[in-house]
Design a protein around this ligand. Sequence first.
Ligand code: DQA
Length: 182
Amino acid sequence: MASAARGSAPGVVRGHCREGGAESGGDRIGCAREVRGMQIWVLHGPNLGELGRREPEVYGTTTLEEIGARLVERGRELGVEVLCAQYDGEGELVRAIHRAGREARALVINPGAYAHYSLAVADAIRSVPIPCVEVHLSNLWAREPLRHTLVTAGACRGVIAGLGPQGYLLALEAAVALAADA
Ligand code: DQA
């Protein structure tokens, strides 16, 4: 049960699992009782709403809605609630990060181009008390030099880049594990 939209309040693609996990002998992370039912927020930055149509030779043909549905499904398997939202504006993204800090147990973020220059987004990530994992679809170090610098990465616990949509799933697993340890 994934509904899709984007740009307003977080929760545009959401799902919640109350089954699976420990009782069903679920997987490694989902078995941890303390992670069951917690919220993990996935925030996407500018232009990522155009995935699937935007430079498919760089970013592939999978849409943001499809990525969100996969994350919700994986969250269900792990026993966590995944909420996804996309923001084109820096201020909106900063506010969403602050809200994630109050409502979520971990954050997965693809800041898009803001990753390369937004101290505001980096500071927002540093301001929240939850672990954050940064994701990029493309391999930034195989691209133009201006994409080799990430100002947000140092504010995150780790970075996954170059693995396409699979990177979000790996980041979700890492975020759940980090939240369980926090
Ligand atoms: C991106 C990489 C950024 O350099 C770019 O501005 C994006 C997408 C990625 O997911 O590969 O918008 O974050």
